[in-house]
Each structure stands twice: as structure tokens, then as C-alpha cells.
Design a protein around this ligand. Structure first.
Ligand code: NAD
Length: 350
């Protein structure tokens, strides 16, 4: 398959690119290289004849048309987005422009290309989205997000992703574009940008800095190992039913406090503090994020029952691998930490 991946220099997109190339697919990575991108994330595949890179902004329709015409992809996996919730609260404009207008431009470029190619049946426009579009769940553990849950986004980030989901469905209904959507829970793993919760905790712990937790740490999230997510996405783009949405979750609900305590215990084992103390002692509670959703949890039965997908690791196994990766890849995260604006924010977001 020839896959056009947008956002392939980011965290999840680069995992998709690495896995797709490893499985023998041809991949075109289209990315504007914003502050969140890092081409080192795809260094392993950069010289592979099945890999090409295009530095393009998804808002630039003419450039998108050129990429479609030049590479003639079989499918599109659209991940490019502004993704950091805290940044969306400070400055929502980029989120509206990239996540909504950019997705509109992608849909129009894909529609033109697909129509001119004779509307190939196997073509898919796969939109990668978030469970945050569903809003917040009560603490009652029996309630989970299903694909039928109504949309109730509460942050500028999730509202912009909800809008893009609606556009994608509308292009499917109105123009017959073969679309498929996925909404997934919080990802973590190698190459996670150092302003997101898990890398911030690992790197602050190692630097002897406080480990900031919003509110009382009781907010619950479902955690999905990024390589499991990439595997699920490649399954959905090839086997998912047209017009359908699939929720992808790790079946790993943890409160933020439990998650941070698990990371501290792993670090205590792998890299004990010189003073003999525990990294847990560095935990500090900070003023809660405005509109902070209490709980997200995914019911993954559709992707499990229809497509046979399950996560391959528990959160404990995935966190172990992740901590080890950060210990082994200091030059990667140090280079990103020195970028403008990174590390100057609390970084306790998704
Ligand atoms: P990321 O911020 O790490 O990467 C986003 C990538 O998109 C970057 O490489 C960036 O350069 C690129 N990009 C941004 N604006 C662009 C533009 N205008 N034109 C072209 N490229 C642009 O994000 P991520 O965490 O890898 O998330 C990828 C996708 O998955 C997003 O759509 C996000 O909403 C979704 N998602 C993420 C999570 C998560 O936990 N990280 C969970 C659910 C869904």
C-alpha cells in the first residue's frame, strides 16, 4: 500500500511511519515541521527507498494538490494537528486553523484526487482523532465512551478535533469520499514530546525538579502505548468499514497520581536517586487546569470484535519500556527541551 501520512514527524505519526515502512508499505510523510516535529523520529527510515518526505503545511491547498499528484497514494492517514491541550488554552487560533481549516483542505485535496483517479474503491481517508471529543465521564467505572457517545468537547483542542471529525463524516456522507475515523485515548511511549505529562515527569524526576500534578491527581485517563496505537491504525486503514468510527483504547485506566507514582517506582529501580530517597517525594500538586475533564475511558469492543485488535502491553510494561527509552535517548530529548517555549510551561497536559 502507498500511504500518505500527515504529521509523520510528530509523536504518533512517526510511530505509524516507522511501523508502516517496517511492514513493507510505501510511505509519504507530509509534515510542516512545527515546533512539535522532529525528523530524528523517522531517522531509521529516512534512507529507505519506500520512504519520502514532503515539507508541506496542510492549510496550503496548492501544495497538497501537488503532493497528491506526485505520489498518488492508495490511502491517506491524517494525523497532522496542533495537539497540546495547554497550548490550546493559551492560544486557540493555531488549533482552529490547522485542525479545522487544515482538515478541510486535506479533505478537498483528497476528494479532487480520488474523483480524478476514477473513485477507486480501496481509497480511504483515515482521520485520526481523540477520545476528548466525547467530553468528561463520571467517576462510575461502568460508564465508558462508545462510538455512539454524543460529542461534548470542552477544551479548544478537543472542540477543534470534534469539528474536524464532523467535517470528515460530512465529506463521507455528502461526497461519498471513503472515510474512516478513529478516536483514541492518551498515547505514551518513545519520542513523546518533552512537554507532555509522562516525559515531563520522567525528565523532571531525573533533574531533581518537582513533579507537577494538576489538582489532587484524581483525573483518570486511559493510556495507550503508541506502538500499539500505530498497529491499530494500520489495521483500521486497511480493514475498517467505510464511514465507520473505531474507538481505540489501552484498557489501562489510571488516575494521574497512580500513573506518576508508577513512573517514580520504575525510576527508583532503574536509576535510584543519589540521596537514597524516592522520586515520589518530588510530587507537588498545582492549581488545576481550567475545564479539566474528570475521566476518559474507552470501550474498545468494536475494534476488538470486528477487527480482532487488542493492545499488546499493559500500562506497567509500556511505562517500563518508555522510561528505559528516555534513559537511553538523552540527546534526543535534550535537543527538544532547548527549543523556544518548551519547558517554560507546566507541561502536565496530554
Ligand atoms: P504531535 O503534536 O506530536 O505531532 C503533530 C505533527 O503534525 C507534528 O509533526 C507537526 O509538525 C505536524 N503539523 C502540525 N500542524 C501542521 C500543519 N499545519 N501542516 C502540516 N503538519 C502539521 O501530535 P501527536 O500526539 O502525534 O498526535 C497526532 C494526532 O493524533 C493528532 O491529530 C492528535 O489530535 C491525535 N491524537 C493524539 C493523542 C495523544 O495522546 N497524543 C491521542 C488521541 C489522538
Amino acid at each position: 500500500m502507498k500511504i500518505l501520512v500527515t504529521g509523520g514527524a510528530g509523536f504518533i505519526g512517526s510511530a505509524v511511519v516507522r511501523l508502516a515502512v517496517a511492514r513493507g508499505h510505501q510511505v509519504v510523510n507530509l509534515d510542516a515541521l512545527t515546533y512539535a516535529a522532529c525528523l530524528d523520529n523517522v531517522a531509521d527510515v529516512a534512507g529507505n527507498p519506500n520512504y519520502a518526505f514532503e515539507q508541506v503545511d496542510i492549510r496550503d491547498r496548492a501544495a497538497l494538490d501537488t503532493v497528491f499528484a506526485r505520489h498518488r497514494p492508495d490511502v491517506v492517514m491524517h494525523l497532522a494537528a496542533e495537539s497540546h491541550v495547554d497550548r490550546s488554552i493559551d492560544g486557540p487560533g493555531d488549533f482552529i486553523e490547522t485542525n479545522i481549516t487544515g482538515t478541510y483542505q486535506m479533505l478537498e485535496a483528497a476528494r479532487k484526487y480520488w474523483a480524478e483517479a476514477g473513485r477507486p474503491e480501496a481509497f480511504r481517508f483515515h482521520h485520526i482523532s481523540t477520545d476528548e471529543v466525547y467530553g468528561s465521564l463520571p467517576a462510575d467505572l461502568s460508564v465508558m465512551f462508545t462510538e455512539e457517545t454524543g460529542y461534548d468537547p470542552r477544551s479548544p483542542y478537543s472542540a477543534s478535533k470534534a469539528a474536524s471529525d464532523h467535517l470528515v463524516r460530512a465529506w463521507g456522507e455528502t461526497y461519498g469520499l471513503p472515510v474512516v475515523l478513529t478516536n483514541c485515548s492518551n498515547n505514551y511511549g518513545p519520542y513523546h514530546f518533552p512537554e507532555k505529562l509522562i516525559p515531563v515527569v520522567i525528565l523532571n524526576a531525573l533533574a531533581g525538579k518537582p513533579l507537577p500534578i494538576y489538582g489532587d491527581g484524581s483525573n483518570v485517563r486511559d493510556w495507550l502505548y503508541v506502538e500499539d496505537h500505530a498497529d491499530a491504525l494500520l489495521l483500521v486503514v486497511s480493514k475498517g468499514r467505510v464511514g465507520r468510527s473505531y474507538n481505540i483504547g489501552g484498557e489501562n485506566e489510571r488516575s494521574n497520581l497512580e500513573l506518576v507514582e508508577t513512573l517514580c517506582a520504575i525510576l527508583d529501580e532503574k536509576q535510584p536517586r543519589e540521596d537514597g530517597g524516592s522520586y515520589k517525594d518530588q510530587i507537588t500538586f498545582v492549581t488545576d487546569r481550567p475545564g479539566h475533564d474528570a475521566r476518559y475511558a474507552i470501550d474498545p469492543s468494536r475494534i476488538r470484535d470486528e477487527l480482532g485488535w487488542r493492545p499488546s502491553v499493559t500500562v506497567e510494561e509500556g511505562l517500563e519500556k518508555t522510561v528505559q527509552w528516555y534513559l537511553d535517548n538523552e540527546s534526543w530529548w535534550r535537543a527538544l527541551q532547548s527549543r523556544d517555549g518548551v519547558g517554560q510551561r507546566l507541561g502536565t497536559g496530554k
